[in-house]
Design a protein around this ligand. Structure first.
Ligand code: CP
Length: 311
């Protein structure tokens, strides 16, 4: 593996999931692989799971880890040819090359601004690192994608499915703040790669990018979508058409135990209780969110292992 910035970087998903599950059983089997190798993790935005699980994954492989909250460093300019006489002190062309000298792998988290759809779609931060860094790049959630989360989700469904082809529902939920589409995008892309029966349900107008959803069934009737579901993945995203707007906070879309029935409940976390999902779901036996978060380590570990093997 040369990089992991998008799901398309996985050549054989089934093998990758199997390898992640093996790493989970023996996390230290390749603890020499990363000796004298450094993972630099760059955070333009907050994180709990991604930061700690990726650090743990690298540590399981024997890597050294350096973490930089980018807001603590010099303001980086991304525009080519700009006259840097305002707030930016350093250009990505230098920054990425300099960081590459300290790192064998660079992992980047950079959320969208949710104001300029085209700018976010360009993935200018992630793409600039891919362009100017001289070492492999891992996406720890970018403007439009969260492929490490989606790999952890795929591992979780593979481990816990009691059927050959489970019914998986992605259900939009209300949220007071404008959130990115990244998690939902990557989850849909990943489920399309898996042998599952995927349905998406959201309020009218909340369609995701149809380049991502392809021909996945989409319904505005949450009750109908949830019928006979095996896994229900709940996630808010802000409006994609009226880009970045919160146009619907209808509490009727919150996931409840009654709606969930016997299905397993998934969420990438963090989650707002009694806004996105009621307490009874998270505190009940059908929630698999903690197992899902645990699999973030082994998703990151299989990615780092494969990149280290290719250095
Ligand atoms: N799910 C996820 O990416 O969590 P963090 O934002 O805490 O890293």
């Amino acid at each position: 593996m040369k990089k992991y910035t998008e799901i398309k970087d996985i050549s054989n998903l089934s093998d990758m999931i199997k390898e992640a599950i093996l790493l989970k059983m023996q996390p230290f089997e390749f603890s020499e692989l990363g000796t004298h190798k450094t993972l630099v993790m760059l955070f333009f935005n907050s994180s709990l799971r991604t930061r700690l699980s990726t650090e743990k994954a690298a540590s399981n492989l024997g890597m050294h880890v350096s973490i930089l909250n980018v807001n603590d460093a010099w303001n980086i300019e991304f525009e080519d040819g700009s006259i840097m006489n305002t707030n930016s002190s350093e250009h990505i062309k230098e920054a990425a090359k300099v960081i590459s000298q300290y790192a064998d792998i660079i992992a980047v988290r950079a959320f969208p601004g949710l104001v300029d759809k085209e700018k976010d779609a360009s993935e200018y931060i992630l793409q600039s690192f891919i362009k100017y860094a001289t070492v492999p790049i891992v996406n720890m959630e970018s403007a439009t994608a969260h492929p490490l989360q989606a790999l952890a989700d795929a591992i979780t469904i593979t481990e816990l499915s009691e059927k050959r082809k489970p019914k998986v529902v992605l259900s939009w939920a209300p949220h007071p703040k404008a959130l990115p589409q990244a998690v939902a995008n990557s989850f849909v892309e990943m489920m399309i790669e898996m042998d599952v029966d995927l349905t998406i349900t959201h309020p009218e107008g909340y369609e995701l990018d149809e380049i991502i959803t392809k021909n996945t069934p989409i319904t505005h009737n949450q009750t109908a979508a949830l019928k006979d579901a095996d896994f229900v993945y709940v996630k808010n995203w802000s409006n994609y058409k009226d880009y970045g707007k919160v146009l619907n906070e209808d509490p009727n879309w919150m996931m409840t135990q009654e709606k969930l029935g016997t299905a397993k409940f998934m969420h990438c976390l963090p989650v707002r209780r009694n806004v996105v999902v009621e307490d009874a779901v998270l505190d009940g036996g059908n929630s698999i969110v903690i197992k899902q978060a645990n699999n973030r380590t082994f998703a990151a570990q299989v990615v780092l292992k494969r990149i280290l093997e290719n250095l």
